[in-house]
Design a protein around this ligand. Structure first.
Ligand SMILES: *[C@@H]1O[C@H](CO)[C@@H](O)[C@H](O)[C@H]1NC(C)=O
Ligand SMILES: *[C@@H]1O[C@H](CO)[C@@H](O)[C@H](O)[C@H]1NC(C)=O
Ligand SMILES: *[C@@H]1O[C@H](CO)[C@@H](O)[C@H](O)[C@H]1NC(C)=O
Ligand SMILES: *[C@@H]1O[C@H](CO)[C@@H](O)[C@H](O)[C@H]1NC(C)=O
Ligand SMILES: *[C@@H]1O[C@H](CO)[C@@H](O)[C@H](O)[C@H]1NC(C)=O
Ligand SMILES: *[C@@H]1O[C@H](CO)[C@@H](O)[C@H](O)[C@H]1NC(C)=O
Length: 484
């Protein structure tokens, strides 16, 4: 099966997944998917005018749902079969004088209407339909923890909050002051006096019923396939199982923390957790030629043992809209390619943040929210090809082995600069020796003398008489091996 080094396999697999879309998508359905994170305001303009977008003032750059529809081919041709889009509800209007405006979608004001900057309710339905007709899934970002206010909210502000328009539906005002006190994290407020994030009283039955009814309606009205839940750790854990059930689709939550024990407990309350501890270990391991590979190894072993369903309970990423781009600090393209490989070869659901494939290098928020249209969506650059190969290799491995998304990977670190993920028929070697380094690695589990292909270079090779491969790299590049 040499197909995965050609684009044809992608079309073929995209066609196959058409049959998955009609029913509500479960965690199992999502495990074989690959997610492209779209920042709606920064992905595509309706008219493709290529208007400049300065990230610094934090204003709307006017990307739309229609723009996304027009560029789905760009996403699907890289092998992604799901997108995660920004929150869609109506946000605070106007400028906060300091933190810009609500182009990111996280400043909820009214959950009963759609943010007009992104389009209409019908435009969102059209996006959902366009995705489904390509066999792709739609994941919606939802903010449940809080509503937003310019300055501290007063009765007038709260009366504009639609569904939750009474002061007693919110926790009394206090800003979070102690991250070691979970009650403080859950009941005090995020934000500050410029933009306050009024914390919903998620102990209140009115609030619980309001959210559960809302999410059932949203999933049904827009035929959503999954949810990304913002600030999951700021809402008490027992709130989530009923919310997840009301949604009826896969949900993955954001637990921003560098602590696997803390993050993993959430997998007992919701389908999936964004793998932040893994992100910290991953970025550290490939940060330089002296990055710490044993930290990545140790963290991934903890992930496998602590989450409810091991690493299958997680979604893995190297970049997102809240963290500096990897290339804001790392320029060695060998390190970059190795780091990008990780999320696509582990048990986790891979997520790629828009612009990584274009080599974007913005630092902290807001610099990391560059408009994708400024790249002209070119498909000729090296990282775009790398992402396409990674998706293709993953899909081929899933297609070749029915236990790929249920039997846990085996991760080992053959040397201090290399890490090996074994998920037969895929073996993935990554290293942080960098572009001027070289490494050797041995992996096994194949048939004696079996014909294999290294999917990133499309070079063929053979297993030895013991079913092992002896791999030597002279440029530090990763290697992802499979059957020919
Ligand atoms: C976005 O649209 C608003 C309202 O039409 C306009 O004022 C603004 O200049 C646009 N932004 C960009 C970056 O074109
Ligand atoms: C309530 O706060 C808003 C700003 O969010 C302000 O414009 C308004 O004047 C305030 N109303 C009262 C009654 O204080
Ligand atoms: C934890 O935070 C809550 C909410 O702010 C507060 O009431 C409580 O006293 C704090 N507990 C401790 C031990 O500091
Ligand atoms: C994350 O946690 C690990 C383990 O405690 C630690 O070694 C590492 O330095 C932390 N990383 C960051 C970025 O704080
Ligand atoms: C690398 O990470 C491991 C595992 O967390 C830790 O024990 C070790 O001290 C770290 N090494 C360096 C050089 O920081
Ligand atoms: C399929 O995966 C299982 C579990 O990892 C493994 O034991 C088996 O060898 C794999 N089969 C092939 C043909 O790679």
């Amino acid at each position: 099966m040499h197909l995965f080094c050609t684009p044809s396999i992608l079309k073929c697999l995209a066609f196959l997944s058409l049959f998955n879309v009609a029913l509500a998508a479960s965690a199992t359905d999502w495990l074989s998917r690959s997610i492209y994170q779209v920042l709606t305001d920064r992905f595509a303009l309706t008219d493709d005018a290529g208007t400049p977008c300065d990230t610094a003032p934090q204003l709307y750059c006017n990307g739309t749902f229609k723009g996304i529809v027009n560029h789905l081919e760009y996403i699907q041709a890289m092998g992604f079969d799901a997108i995660w889009i920004s929150p869609v509800v109506t946000n605070l209007e106007g400028n906060s004088a300091g933190e810009g405006d609500a182009y990111h979608g996280y400043w909820t004001q009214d959950i009963t209407t759609i943010n007009k900057h992104f389009g209409t309710s019908d435009d969102l339905k059209a996006l959902s339909k366009a995705l489904h007709s390509r066999g792709m899934y739609l994941m919606l970002d939802v903010v449940i923890n809080h509503f937003a206010s310019f300055g501290l909210p007063n009765d007038t502000t709260i009366s504009a909050y639609g569904t939750f328009n009474a002061p007693d539906l919110f926790h009394p005002q206090c800003f979070i002051s102690d991250y070691n006190n979970q009650t403080n994290v859950e009941q005090c407020w995020l934000g500050d006096t410029t933009v306050a994030l009024a914390d919903l009283n998620t102990e209140s039955q009115t609030v619980i019923d309001g959210w559960n009814k809302w999410i059932t309606g949203m999933v049904s009205e827009y035929s959503l396939d999954g949810l990304r839940i913002d600030t999951l750790k700021h809402v008490r854990k027992p709130f989530w199982p009923a919310f997840q059930q009301a949604a009826g689709v896969y949900a993955v939550g954001e637990v921003l923390i560098n602590d696997t024990s803390y993050a993993s407990d959430y997998s007992n309350f919701i389908d999936g957790v964004l793998d932040y501890p893994g992100y910290y270990a991953l970025t550290q391991a490939f940060s330089s030629t002296s990055g710490n590979m044993s930290l990545l190894l140790e963290t991934s072993h903890q992930t496998q043992s602590l989450y409810k369903n091991g690493a299958f309970s997680t979604a893995a990423f190297l970049e997102n809209h809240d963290q500096p781009r990897f290339q804001s600090t790392v320029h060695d393209q060998s390190l970059v390619k190795n780091a990008m490989t990780w999320s696509f070869v582990t048990d986790a659901i891979p997520i790629l943040y828009q612009g990584q494939e274009q080599g974007y290098g913005g630092g902290n928020v807001p610099a990391n929210r560059e408009a994708l249209w400024l790249s002209a969506y070119v498909t000729s650059n090296t990282l775009h090809g790398h992402v396409t190969s990674l998706n293709s290799a993953r899909k081929a491995a899933i297609a070749a082995n029915s236990s790929y998304t249920s039997v846990p990977m085996v991760v080992s670190s053959p040397s201090e600069s290399t890490i090996l993920v074994s998920k037969l028929p895929m073996l993935a070697f990554m290293s942080n020796v960098g572009a001027f380094g070289s490494y050797n690695a041995v992996g096994g589990g194949y048939q004696p003398n079996e014909a294999l292909v290294e999917t990133l270079s499309c070079k063929t090779l053979n297993a030895d008489g013991n079913g092992n491969i002896n791999f030597a790299s002279t440029d530090g590049l990763p290697m992802v091996c499979e059957f020919l």
